[in-house]
Design a protein. Structure first.
Length: 82
């Protein structure tokens, strides 16, 4: 039974589009594909609209779970389109 549970966990990880993707990688990819202006329109947070940078965005998103969830959802939606 332990073997089946381990296999189930492995399948879940494979299905998780965020598995193995760091927040920094997400930001870099989205900035490259969307740009700060578009990201600020889609996720209205000041770290995307007022003097945006990856480092300031990382600091904010690591401290603010609701904002990080929005960014992760946007990233997952963008990944599915490709």
């Amino acid at each position: 039974m332990d073997e089946a549970a381990n296999e189930n966990k492995s399948v879940q990880r494979v299905r998780d589009p965020l598995h193995g993707v760091t927040l920094e990688t997400m930001l870099h990819r989205m900035v490259e594909n969307l740009g700060w202006e578009e990201m600020g329109r889609r996720v209205t947070i000041r770290c995307f609209t007022d003097s945006p940078s990856v480092s300031s965005s990382l600091k904010f998103l690591r401290k603010t779970p609701w904002a990080r969830q929005k960014v992760e959802r946007l990233y997952v939606r963008r990944c599915r389109r490709k």
